[in-house]
Write a protein that binds this ligand. Structure first.
Ligand code: NAD
Length: 269
């Protein structure tokens, strides 16, 4: 458990939370005193291990299975989470997938799958969270805001990505979804932001960092000289979910070791 317990008494739902970035966020939130809802869609065993880990340091967590791209499953998940913990204070829209291919070969199925999980999933979960924030009202002892939504986007919300048109389109969509929600929901004291990670070592991009050759190539894109770790994102998420960042609203926080500084221009331009 961390000492200052910045999320004490709040309930956080993290989607796609049994792997990579989502896992690190959920564990860190529990260390900061939040009740954590671990959403997962596959790999029950990894989810059980996570629950054991969180409970071993005195954290509070439950796991709920739901495909974030399915409206009925998302609604049922929120209903169950609210029955378990009474409300939701924080949503982290983290679930995401890649189905890469050359543009001319991209199937409609892969286009739709990525858009449905990465973008529609964030819409469906955010809508349920907002409905709950508004139903519950402000609880000043827990937070100065009605609720917080953190969207996990990507540096590819601004950097085009050949061979990944569906993924880049989904992340570009998240940028304006997040900003539109922030504009509309700010007057209700609902805080909405994104974290835009650069290259983080997780299963989604293992081929890009798991051999020394691949990692050296990847580092050419990262001025700060190291590939990110899930904890880099988790620390930022704790801050964005806490009242410490209360005036940060409608922002994409880039956590990317400088990947968005266009490092190719440092020697060529
Ligand atoms: P990951 O593959 O380890 O985790 C993705 C999680 O989403 C998994 O738990 C998976 O089961 C879950 N998921 C997939 N489809 C789902 C669905 N329909 N419903 C619910 N959950 C579902 O990868 P990660 O790197 O931890 O990715 C987490 C987020 O971070 C994604 O949105 C990804 O686009 C984003 N991101 C990752 C990187 C990186 O370098 N790793 C960079 C930028 C953005």
């Amino acid at each position: 458990m961390n000492q200052n317990q910045r999320l004490k008494g709040q309930t956080a739902l993290v989607t796609g939370a049994n792997s990579g970035i989502g896992r690190a966020i959920a564990v860190e939130f529990a260390k900061e005193g939040a009740n954590v809802v671990i959403n997962y869609v596959t790999n029950k065993e990894a989810t059980e291990q996570m629950l054991d880990e969180i409970r071993s340091f005195g954290g509070i967590a439950t796991a709920l299975e739901a495909d974030v791209s399915r409206e009925d499953q998302v609604m049922a998940m929120f209903r169950q989470a609210i029955i378990t913990f009474g409300t939701i204070d924080i949503l982290v829209n983290n679930a995401g997938i890649q189905r890469d291919s050359a543009f001319a070969d991209m199937s409609l199925e892969d286009w739709l799958l990525v858009l449905n999980v990465n973008l529609t999933g964030q819409f469906l979960c955010s809508r349920e969270a907002v409905r709950e924030f508004m139903r519950r009202g402000l609880v000043p002892e827990r937070s100065v805001s009605l609720g917080k939504i953190i969207c996990i986007s990507s540096v590819h919300e601004v950097i085009p990505w050949a061979g990944h048109a569906n993924y880049a389109a989904s992340k570009g969509g998240i940028k304006l979804l997040m900003e539109s929600m922030a504009q509309e929901l700010g007057p209700h004291k609902i805080r909405v932001n994104s974290i835009a990670p650069g290259a983080i070592k997780t299963p989604i991009n293992k081929s890009a960092w798991s051999t020394p050759e691949a990692e050296a190539k990847l580092l050419l894109l990262i001025p700060y000289g190291r590939v990110g770790e899930p904890f880099d994102i988790a620390r930022t998420a704790v801050w964005l979910a806490s009242d410490e960042s209360d005036y940060v609203h409608g922002a994409s926080v880039f956590v990317d070791g400088g990947m968005t500084l266009y490092p190719g221009f440092s020697t060529n331009g």
